[in-house]
Design a protein around this ligand. Structure first.
Ligand SMILES: Nc1ncnc2c1ncn2[C@@H]1O[C@H](COP(=O)(O)OP(=O)(O)OP(=O)(O)O)[C@@H](O)[C@H]1O
Length: 592
């Protein structure tokens, strides 16, 4: 993975920054630690109990069948306690880990929701989806696997060592020497395994990419008779993947066998050293038995801990990516003390000497000034790239201009709370976005304060009821995949109904450029007129018919308003509008 560097502090810092998300679950993590201690104690006690049985009760000098029974009962109790503690610990940790991840996901999503449009301009949606879904999952591994391993396996090693030292210091020292050796072997193999694994994954990804490209382009391959060449390339890739897979497999076999062998060698050493001690009478036989079990128990936690190295690395990279997003403050922020619009605000829109550029060094709007009086229907036209959509984005405050002011009813829009602004200024875009849910949900935009009756009134007003009536479940028809089951014109009508139900004073309309059949076109035009009734409407028009009767038409070119007036005035003026009007013919598209 790119940029993986576990020792670098940014990764550690990023993980630390996510800790507050875990704070509410701190007690659950404490509970996990307590349960881990019980579980580990159970594992450490088991060999010890057998040692007692061997040395005290089975010993030929004073056999004690009653004592054996007690030990057996205690042994069962210890095992059951261990299993119970383990079960509870897993459940609790999974709950805590998943809750942390949910908090991070929700926090991240809300943070992304607060961002202004500039943020989305710079990022691919796919990357953000990966951040919210996969990166959080990887961080979860840190809160569950890594955390658990450090506590459980770390404690396990310490407890086993303590038990050994208590039994016999010399044998304890011998085991202590083993720890770094086992660690070094495990870590070395883990590193090699990880490299091999990554290589296999990369080659698999290349193979899948090659397949996807070639299957999609099979017609071209066949037309140009490239089958043999492509097959040879695929054979090479598949061969590399095979080799990498075999190497990965062998490394893992080597690792497991080496580890096993190391374990058995240690047992042999304990048998040799301890056996001599038993013969010499310095330790009882039960102690030797316990040592052999402890040595065997020793390897598993060390192996598990080295495995966590990879988890930590991936988690740090993921946390860094999440952190980078959480660090970004939105460009457009809510005012600290927002001004409320008067209750009788009527929807006057004013741009005063507005200049704006996505990159401030390259303005796409220059010195824009105009007024739309309440209830006006204003047409905005201009060649593609003239800045029409940008102008509307400023009115919605998706961006702030670098110079000048945008005002509604005399109030500069940065002084308004964003939600107040968006209740006041609504938009219907070319590309209508419908959410998963029913038609009714989509019209009321999931707002419970909009009644069913209002939803239906709104649909009726814009003529969407005709379309909805034809759908299988009417208003309760479910919308799939952003409205794939509806035509473009139908989606436009739903969007008009949505805006009428929302009832903003100012309406921005980006007229759809798509070709609609003449019947639907007529419905959409009627819907548009109905939606604009009684509110100030600014429409980015692509058809002349739409703005013929506009109160004002603004003609934009290269980010400036080059002409303004009513249709007849502009035609008389004989400028850009008149020229394009003459060229385009009355019913055809305007400029774009
Ligand atoms: N998100 C963005 N980031 C950077 N530049 C942008 C962005 N959106 C638009 N632009 C640029 O700003 C300029 C104006 O674009 P805008 O979309 O406002 O024009 P338009 O008149 O609405 O065009 P169209 O009729 O094609 O929709 C163009 O040069 C465009 O490339």
């Amino acid at each position: 993975m790119k940029g993986e560097r576990p020792s670098s502090s940014p990764g550690v810092k990023s993980l630390a920054r996510l800790l507050p998300f875990a704070r509410p679950y701190a007690w659950q993590f404490v509970g996990v630690i307590a349960l881990v201690i019980v579980f580990n104690a159970s594992s450490v006690m088991q060999p010890y109990l057998v040692k007692i049985a061997i040395d005290q009760d089975i010993s030929s000098h004073h056999p004690n069948p009653r004592g054996l029974l007690d030990i057996a009962a205690l042994y069962i109790g210890v095992v059951v306690a261990g299993v119970a503690a383990n079960y509870l610990q897993i459940t609790l940790l999974q709950r805590a880990g998943q809750s942390v991840i949910r908090s991070i996901r929700v926090g991240l999503f809300q943070h992304i929701e607060r961002q202004s449009m500039r943020f989305f301009d710079r990022r691919a949606v796919g990357a953000l989806v990966a951040n919210v879904s996969n990166d959080t999952e990887t961080v979860n591994q840190f809160f569950t696997n890594f955390f658990l391993s450090m506590i459980r396996d770390g404690l396990s090693i310490i407890m086993i060592l303590i038990a050994m030292f208590r039994l016999d210091v010399r044998m304890g020292l011998f085991s202590l020497v083993l720890v770094p050796i086992i660690f070094a072997v495990a870590a070395g193999f883990r590193g090699a395994l990880r490299r091999r694994y990554q290589r296999t994954r990369t080659l698999l990804a290349s193979m899948v990419a090659f397949l996807a490209e070639n299957l999609a382009g099979m017609r071209i391959t066949q037309l140009f008779r490239q089958e043999a060449r492509q097959a040879q390339k695929f054979r090479d890739l598949a061969g590399q993947h095979r080799d990498a897979n075999i190497r990965e497999y062998f490394t893992s076999v080597w690792f497991n066998r080496t580890f096993e062998m190391l374990g058995n060698l240690s047992v042999a050493a304990v048998v040799y050293i301890g056996g001599a001690a038993v013969l010499g009478g310095s330790i009882p036989f039960g102690t030797l038995y316990a040592f052999i079990r402890y040595i065997q128990q020793f390897f598993q936690p060390i192996n598990a801990m080295t495995q966590q190295w990879n988890t930590l690395q991936s988690a740090m990279v993921a946390a860094e990516r999440i952190g980078q997003i959480l660090e970004i403050e939105p460009d457009v922020v809510n005012p600290e003390r927002p001004i409320s619009l008067p209750a009788d605000a009527r929807g006057r829109v004013e741009f005063r000497h507005v200049t704006f550029g996505y990159d401030p060094r390259h303005p796409v709007l220059r010195d824009i000034s105009f007024v739309a009086e309440p209830g006006w229907f204003v047409g905005i036209v201009g060649p593609t790239g003239a800045g029409k959509s940008s102008l509307m984005s400023l009115l919605l405050r998706f961006y702030d201009p670098s110079e000048g002011d945008v005002l509604v009813d005399g109030v500069p829009i940065p002084s308004l709370a964003q939600d107040a602004l968006h209740r006041f200024v609504g938009i219907v875009q070319q590309e209508v976005h419908l959410f998963t849910g029913t038609i009714r949900d989509n019209i009321r935009m999931f707002r419970s304060d909009i009644s069913d009756a209002r939803v239906e009134e709104a649909a009726l007003a814009v003529g969407a009821d005709r379309v909805i009536a034809k759908l299988p479940d009417g208003y309760d028809t479910f919308i799939y995949g952003r409205g794939a089951n509806l035509s473009m014109g139908e989606r436009q009508l739903i969007a008009f109904a949505r805006i009428v139900a929302l009832d903003p004073r100012v309406l921005i309309l980006d007229e759809a450029t798509a070709n609609l059949d003449s019947q639907t076109e007529q419905w959409v035009q009627q819907g548009l007129r109905a939606a604009s009734q009684g509110r100030t409407t600014l429409v980015i028009a692509h058809r002349l018919a739409t703005i013929r009767h506009a109160d004002q038409i603004l003609v934009l070119d290269h980010g400036r308003i080059v002409e303004r007036g009513r249709h007849d005035e502009l035609v008389r003026l004989g400028g850009l509008y008149a020229r394009l009007h003459a060229e385009s013919g009355v019913e055809s598209r305007l400029f774009s």
